[in-house]
Design a binder for this molecule. Structure first.
Ligand SMILES: N[C@@H](CCC(=O)N[C@@H](CS)C(=O)NCC(=O)O)C(=O)O
Length: 210
């Protein structure tokens, strides 16, 4: 199967999918979509792949495009079951989704480039607003993780919770957020940092890194 990933090196949602692909050891062709200077996400070609004009998009067969990192990761997990990222047990699955969704719907949309541009178009300085949203989200995430974590964020197995956590911590640092109040999240980040799949997915080693 030949997979093609449309992504931007700095995009946290693209980063999640890169982690998933590397964990599943699936080779893929990377097609950079420059969200910054080129605003490539707004071209007609990209809008045809994803009407939301966002990355990531995974082309799973010629002309068959998946968007939304959670949906892409769910497809990957069903298609390439090892290592499992969506726990089988209903309660553990709900816990993993709870943590991943805290990032996906509770933090990242507030820091997204289009949100920042919209705030600024309305004359609202974006940085303090985004930072507040990140801090509130990380507090929620740390609180939940203290309940669910074992060796990893959800019990003793790596899951989508880590896949969503790692890019979010990087974005938080970009906004100068103090991460010391989140020891559980930092402990897990340290464990992920030495795994080859997480290393290969880092933004600075992507071919389109500026
Ligand atoms: N929930 C979506 C979020 C996708 C998203 O927000 N992508 C950002 C980059 S991280 C994007 O493409 N932004 C384009 C823009 O803001 O113009 C997912 O998980 O895939």
């Amino acid at each position: 199967m030949s997979l093609r990933l449309y992504a931007f090196w700095k995009s946290s949602a693209s980063w999640r999918v890169r982690i998933g692909l590397h964990l599943k050891q699936q080779p893929f062709e990377l097609v950079p979509v420059n969200l910054a200077a080129g605003a490539d996400q707004h071209t007609a070609e990209h809008a045809a792949r994803n009407p939301m004009r966002q990355v990531p998009v995974l082309e799973v067969s010629p002309g068959c495009y998946l968007s939304q990192s959670m949906a892409i990761l769910a497809w990957l997990d069903k298609t390439f079951p090892e290592p499992r990222l969506f726990p089988e047990d209903p309660l553990w699955l709900a816990r993993a989704l709870q943590l991943a969704e805290t990032v996906n719907s509770g933090i990242q949309p507030f820091q997204n480039r289009s949100t920042v541009l919209r705030l600024e178009a309305h004359g609202i300085p974006s940085a303090p607003w985004v930072t507040e949203a990140i801090v509130a989200g990380l507090q929620g995430l740390e609180g939940a993780a203290r309940e669910t974590a074992g060796e990893w964020l959800v019990g003793d197995a790596l899951s989508i919770a880590e896949v969503f956590l790692i890019p979010q911590l990087f974005s938080a640092r970009g906004y100068g957020v103090d991460l010391s109040p989140y020891p559980t999240l930092l402990r897990i980040e340290e464990k992920c940092a030495v795994l080859p799949a997480f290393i290969a997915a880092r933004p600075e080693v992507q071919p389109d890194a500026l």
